[in-house]
Design a protein around this ligand. Structure first.
Ligand SMILES: Cc1ncc(COP(=O)(O)O)c(C=O)c1O
Length: 382
């Protein structure tokens, strides 16, 4: 059947997110999922809806509720990124920040710098607006000097998908390159609070004195993703522009969620909860690492992530160039889901032989079953 819909040029190239497609099947009974970046449900706080003020049900400011903006600004100052609350914008999830930044800067053909690999849903948004990708890594950003992208998008702390954490020198160097060449630095930092080993976490944006920058965070991983709440802080030139875009997108973020998040951030037991959360995930990570040694020891290489939610596996030998997307249907048949590596790369041939495995969601017994099944699928593909 031919469609008579007259779509926008942008929408003509609209694809479903690969991760959303996988998430649609992982809720089947018996399925073990290493696919999404899902926090463990048992870590969610006990929110008290009864303590939410009645006025939170009313329309609110596009920038977000003042008390929450103040709280976020105070937290950012502790991270060495001092900004006034007026420079903070509360978001409907940090995914919205990516959308707003893309709307602000990206036309068809605009050069946008992304890491190799990078967060796939950021690629999806930038692609939707027609970005032309320039690829860089923590160790090599010479491409930024040559191509002079408008924006450089970076996820420097416990990166999705690799788990990599930039060193202090790498942080300073990338910020300096952006500042020197007039590139807007867009730092996405949703995993920083899930930290299992000490490492450099000072925001790159804290190094920028003159240039334009955006730093964003999320409450999805440290509190609960169903809240759909995140925030950004940015250089003063960008705040009014991003606020206007936010206004047009959704008027303002959910005020009930804002009240619940403020409750959690103001809780005197916040530090204790955070320590407990990290202890819980450290144990899950270590259990997962032991299972990987057992099932993938001869099949793949990986690094122990110092934080965040993911292991990134590179298959060895003849499997190193395998298209891991082809493994997915066979894995799903055996009741296990994972994320193939390819969608995390801007270029067509990146990510061969790579798998991203989330370790936070599956309970230990399920993880053992799932990894045994996945290793069998990989072995058969050899
Ligand atoms: C790097 C990165 N940025 C942004 C997001 C979006 O997070 P949220 O919209 O839940 O804050 C995610 C979610 O997994 C992510 O991994």
């Amino acid at each position: 059947m031919t469609s008579s819909l007259r779509l926008s040029r942008r929408a003509a190239d609209l694809h479903a997110s690969p991760i959303r497609d996988i998430l649609a099947v992982v809720s089947r009974p018996g399925m073990v999922s290493f696919a999404g970046g899902l926090p463990a449900a048992e870590t969610f706080p006990d929110f008290s809806l009864a303590a939410v003020p009645r006025e939170a049900a009313q329309y609110g400011a596009s920038e977000g509720d003042w008390a929450l903006r103040e709280r976020v600004a105070a937290d950012l100052a502790e991270r060495d990124l001092p900004v006034p609350p007026t420079q903070v914008l509360i978001l409907s999830g940090s995914q919205q920040g990516i959308d707003l930044v893309a709307k602000l800067f990206v036309d068809p053909g605009t050069p946008v710098a992304v890491e190799t690999p990078t967060y796939l849903a950021a690629l999806q948004v930038f692609r939707f607006f027609g970005a032309r990708f320039v690829e860089f890594s923590a160790q090599d950003h010479t491409s930024l000097v040559g191509a002079r992208p408008t924006v450089a998008y970076v996820n420097p702390t416990f990166q999705n998908p690799t788990g990599y954490c930039y060193t202090a020198d790498e942080r300073a160097a990338l910020a300096a390159t952006c500042e020197r060449h007039g590139i807007v630095l867009f730092e996405d930092d949703p995993y920083r609070d899930l930290c299992y080993e000490a490492c450099a976490r000072r925001p790159l944006c804290a190094n920028i004195a003159q240039g334009s920058w955006i730093y964003q965070g999320s409450f999805s991983k440290s509190l609960a993703p169903g809240l759909r709440l995140g925030y950004l802080a940015c250089s003063p030139d960008l705040l009014p522009l991003l606020t206007h875009l936010k206004q047009a997108a959704d008027l303002h973020s959910n005020r009930l969620s804002q009240a619940l998040v403020l409750q959690a951030l103001d809780d005197p037991a916040r530090a204790v909860r955070s320590a407990r959360l990290n202890a819980f995930y450290r144990e899950r990570r270590d259990g997962f690492a032991a299972l990987l040694d057992q099932h993938f020891g001869d099949l793949a290489d990986w690094r122990l992530p110092a934080g965040g939610l993911f292991f990134w596996l590179q298959l060895r030998h003849e499997r190193a160039s395998l298209d891991t997307r082809a493994l997915l249907p066979r894995a799903l048949e055996r009741q296990v889901a994972f994320m193939p590596g390819e969608p995390f790369f801007a270029s067509e041939h990146g990510g061969r032989g790579c798998l991203r495995l989330n370790f936070s969601h599956a309970a230990p017994e399920a993880a053992a079953r799932g990894l045994a099944a996945l290793a069998a699928v990989v072995r058969e593909a050899g």
